[in-house]
Design a protein around this ligand. Structure first.
Ligand code: PHE
Length: 461
């Protein structure tokens, strides 16, 4: 293997940092809170946890194994493990998903750049929650500004991807992930301790504790199949699963790394950050008396409001949005890397050229997503605008479908002993829970995903 020229991660922490860098991003801090808010809070969280443990984690381990065993991109990995079969199509689907996800992801990441800019110019100072919501909506209604930031963000993503694995991705994540965690914890504490919000007339507008109740006290009466599908999609999206990201990153992992441990650590960290983001946001949502179901703008209207209530708010706001942009960047590079690795290795293209081509296509798709918030608002597909369609089809359809195929592939088409050998680093340690893992991958995960799909399209009632 030393004969090949592929990059690899230099340290164990480097692998975890890069995979966690991919997992932790807008999915945790932007998407999770607004999904939870729209889907009733606590019950969504419980279902989400359930999917992370029973489906997400086993599929993450499987992707790592496929990637490291084959040392190849998402498409070639399947060709190597199962030559002359259509299984490689799973990888092709993943490459398609990476285009779709990064198109809207780049748009939201662009919003974080605008918010860095507004933090620098102290634009949030003295703004009420209504003002903040108006600021966000006015920004979204502007056809030019969001596109400008989106394009800038995509250029940054391209630059890091061209730099390759060791120079770009690993260094960035190693330093900044712990700082982000710290800021979210501080925000959570501030948010919870906001207490009761009483106006001049003595009326209670809201109480921050109600936000904790909302997040942690499940009310299953609100659960329907759409909530379950959203939770499933969110589990895949947040863990970067079902499209070959972890296969691609797995291909850069060294043979002596314990993939089980890495997967558990990444999944734990990712879930922790999502929950902490919820803890930071929902108490403030209830304190301000805002509807938790407000949607994709939730984080952008609520968080600057929390910072207004903090000593040194200027610095916190700036630090937070800067780190959010970096977290988005470490995820977006992992998305672009799936497409680039495929173009470089399958289509024999130079890395720079592959990055420019894929990045440009994705940026154009992203412009359409961005414009669907203003000038292309009326243009809908099955009732969803372009942005929402991209988001729905990729995270709620393509990722779970990709995950299901990966589970079926590993459970039924890969030799059990081969899989065991790769996962246990050629039997250098024992895998205690392998039987349970194997049963999940073979039966539970594919069946569970299939049931959710059949329900949501109405074929099961
Ligand atoms: N997991 C990333 C996030 O939460 C998004 C992502 C999805 C990245 C799929 C790669 C693949 O922000």
């Amino acid at each position: 293997m030393s004969a090949n020229t592929r990059d690899s991660f230099t340290s164990k922490f480097g692998v975890i940092a890069a995979a966690a860098g991919s997992a932790v991003g807008l999915g945790n801090i932007w998407k999770f809170p607004y999904e939870a808010g729209q889907n009733g809070g606590g019950a969504f969280l419980v279902i989400y946890f359930f999917f992370i443990i029973t489906i997400g984690l086993p599929i993450m381990i499987s992707e790592f194994v496929i990637g490291r065993k084959t040392n190849a991109n998402a498409v070639r990995a399947f060709k190597k493990m199962s030559p002359r079969t259509p299984w490689y199509f799973t990888g092709v689907m993943g490459v398609a998903a990476s285009f779709m996800i990064l198109s809207f992801y780049g748009v939201v990441a662009g919003w974080t750049l605008e918010y860095i800019y507004m933090s620098v110019t102290n634009a949030f100072k003295g703004q009420s929650p209504e003002d903040l919501s108006n600021v966000f909506n006015a920004f979204l209604a502007n056809p030019v500004r969001p596109v400008m930031w989106q394009v800038l963000f995509m250029i940054l993503t391209g630059i890091v991807v061209i730099g390759g694995i060791k120079n770009g991705i690993e260094k960035l994540t190693k330093i900044l992930m712990p700082v982000l965690l710290l800021i979210i914890v501080v925000m959570g504490i501030r948010s919870i301790t906001l207490g009761a919000n009483v106006n001049e007339a003595g009326e209670v507008i809201g109480h921050s504790f109600d936000g904790l109740k909302f997040l942690f006290k499940p009310d299953f009466s609100k659960v329907d199949i759409n909530v379950v599908l959203d939770a499933l999609g969110q589990a895949f999206f947040s863990l970067s699963l079902g499209m070959g990201t972890i296969i691609t990153y797995g291909s850069y992992v060294r043979k002596n790394n314990n993939l089980n441990k890495t997967a558990v650590e990444v999944a734990f960290l990712d879930t922790l950050i999502a929950v902490l983001a919820g803890v930071a946001i929902f108490p403030a949502v209830f304190y301000f008396g805002v509807a938790p179901s407000e949607g994709p703008g939730l984080v952008f209207t609520i968080l600057p409001g929390i910072f207004q209530k903090m000593v040194g708010g200027y610095i916190w706001t700036l630090a937070f949005f800067t780190l959010l942009a970096v977290a988005a960047l470490t995820s977006s590079i992992s998305l672009l890397e799936v497409a680039v690795a495929y173009f470089v290795e399958e289509l024999k293209m130079k890395r720079v050229k592959a990055t420019i081509i894929t990045g440009s296509i994705i940026t154009v798709l992203g412009v359409a997503c961005s414009l669907s918030n203003n000038v292309l608002k009326e243009f809908t597909i099955f009732g969803r605008n372009i942005f929402n369609s991209m988001e729905f089809v990729s995270s709620n359809v393509l990722l779970p479908l990709g995950g299901m195929l990966i589970a079926i592939f590993v459970g039924w088409f890969v030799k059990r002993s081969d899989f065991y050998a790769e996962l246990s680093n050629e039997n250098t340690f024992k895998l205690k829970f392998f039987n349970a893992f194997y049963a999940i991958i073979k039966f539970v995960a594919p069946v569970a995903i299939a049931i959710v799909f059949l329900y949501s399209v109405g074929l099961l009632k």
